[in-house]
Design a protein around this ligand. Structure first.
Ligand SMILES: [Zn+2]
Length: 79
């Protein structure tokens, strides 16, 4: 089955809604982010360039939050 096309609101390009073009996002019903992989990566790079410390702090916090989650939920054991 062909993947439906999805227009990225940032670059306005129609791309197939696949993991190769869009990051996954369980928050969306179709399971992918609205902005394409390229634009998401560009935004992340820009944010890091603007304030590396903020990005590093956020990643560090996310890492420890996830580590705590994995530690308390046995069902999250590595597959
Ligand atoms: Zn895009």
């Amino acid at each position: 089955m062909a993947a439906p096309m999805q227009r990225c609101p940032k670059c306005g390009t129609d791309k197939p809604r696949t993991a190769a073009q869009f990051h996954k996002d369980p928050a969306n019903r179709h399971g992918f982010k609205l902005t394409c992989r390229e634009c998401t990566n560009a935004a992340a790079r820009a944010a890091y360039a603007a304030d590396p410390q903020k990005t590093l702090t956020r990643l560090r916090e996310r890492r420890s939050t996830r580590a705590a989650m994995f530690a308390t939920h046995p069902s999250y054991e590595a597959a």
